[in-house]
Design a protein around this ligand. Structure first.
Ligand code: G3I
Length: 347
């Protein structure tokens, strides 16, 4: 069958995936192509680094940058004619900043030092890659889903507020990478229980527009959890989700699906049943998303169950392996693949 990117391109869209360099053993980190490289070549028109562009990967210390892993990844993509997006210039939560940044001594003028550190980071990355990276998740997950408020970090306390901090990240990115699509990326989703998270994201997006912060798109991560895709509950979920997306596009943001995968939490262990449910849920979700012409790029968070982050994050209670991605652990296509292809064809 034609690749997922080929079916996407027929509709003026693109399909891609996150990619990670895997350690070959627990002792030494070795730059190695994941075993699913053939899948990436075959199916994807765009890639994003799963971890290799985060501060924790790029910034071993306040004075050093380490580009070796992402450089190799970008070279691989370019050699295969695949585009690259960047993730992420600022994951604005203490938990995901490097330890040195949380313990950093900002000195006598914390604001100036905080701004210097952030501007240096964003500028160094953006200027190094220039037009080779076409989009950036400039800021990732700074809205607290529990109350819709904004997280703060040692960095934002030094700078004097989270809004000022994320604005500075975007303004610096725009100046250093004027060609790039600048994205705010978060995991608010259509499942019930996400209301406060969505409201907080809308407030943040409104603030960007009010202050003239250069943000082009909302990254809709799309780490989904199957709920059953018919019945009145599903309809309500779709109505609420559409209301959210309508509000986002009314503010003239584009949309990007940045990290799609689907967890089946409450289904019996029968693999055929689980895979069918995941495929149907994916299709229902993409049909809604594809009704928005503001959406062009669709990226999954890994092509194969073999490497999915979900297994380590939330194993199934019954111990059965997770199956949240497009290909199984032996790199065989699952019904989710056909669901995505069909959704593109119907778009
Ligand atoms: O590489 C080391 C390994 O050497 C060490 O033995 C092991 C022990 O903990 O850790 C390994 O690093 C882990 C790394 O993934 C690579 O596997 C980190 O602990 C772990 O925290 C890290 O998790 C990543 C997570 O972001 C945090 O950065 C996941 O792979 C990655 O899928 C996940 O991606 C995020 C997006 O960036 C933002 N949206 C949500 C998404 C899922 O959480």
């Amino acid at each position: 069958p034609p690749s997922l990117d080929t079916v996407a391109r027929a509709k003026g869209m693109r399909f891609g995936s996150a990619v990670a360099w895997r350690p070959r053993n627990s002792e030494a980190y070795e730059v190695a192509l994941p075993l699913d490289a053939a899948l990436l070549d075959r199916e994807c028109g765009i890639l994003v680094p799963e971890n290799e562009m985060k501060w924790v990967a790029l910034r071993p210390s306040p004075t050093r940058f380490s580009f070796v892993r992402f450089d190799a990844m970008l070279a691989y993509a370019e050699a295969n004619g695949i585009a690259m997006r960047g993730h992420t210039l600022l994951w604005h939560q203490p938990k995901w900043m490097p330890r040195w940044a949380n313990e950093y001594d900002f000195g006598a003028n914390p604001r100036a030092e905080g701004e210097r550190l952030l501007v240096e980071h964003v500028r160094t990355v953006c200027e190094r890659y220039g037009a080779r990276v076409g989009a950036y998740d400039v800021v990732n997950e700074t809205v607290n889903p529990a109350d819709g408020g904004l997280y703060d970090t040692a960095l934002s306390r030094a700078i004097g507020g989270t809004e000022a901090t994320v604005d500075l990240a975007f303004r610096t990115a725009r100046a250093a990478a004027p060609h790039a699509q600048l994205v705010y990326n978060d995991y608010m989703s259509w499942e019930p229980g996400n209301e406060r998270h969505r409201a907080g994201v809308l407030r943040l997006l409104e603030g960007f527009r009010r202050r003239g912060t250069p943000v082009d798109a909302l990254g809709v991560q799309s780490h989904l959890i199957t709920q059953g895709s018919d019945g009145p509950g599903a309809l309500q979920l779709q109505r609420d989700w559409r209301a959210f997306l309508d509000a986002v596009v009314a503010m003239e943001y584009k949309l990007v699906i940045t990290e799609l995968d689907v967890r089946d939490n409450n289904l019996p262990a029968d693999i055929a049943v689980r895979d069918r449910a995941v495929a149907d849920y994916t299709r229902a979700y993409l049909d809604v998303m594809f009704s928005y012409p503001q959406l062009r790029d669709v990226l999954v968070w890994g092509m194969s169950d073999r490497y999915s982050w979900i297994e380590g994050f939330e194993p199934r209670p019954d111990g059965a392996p997770r199956r949240p991605t497009v290909y199984d652990a032996q790199f065989r296509p699952k019904p989710m693949r056909a669901a995505i292809a069909d959704a593109f064809a119907a778009a």
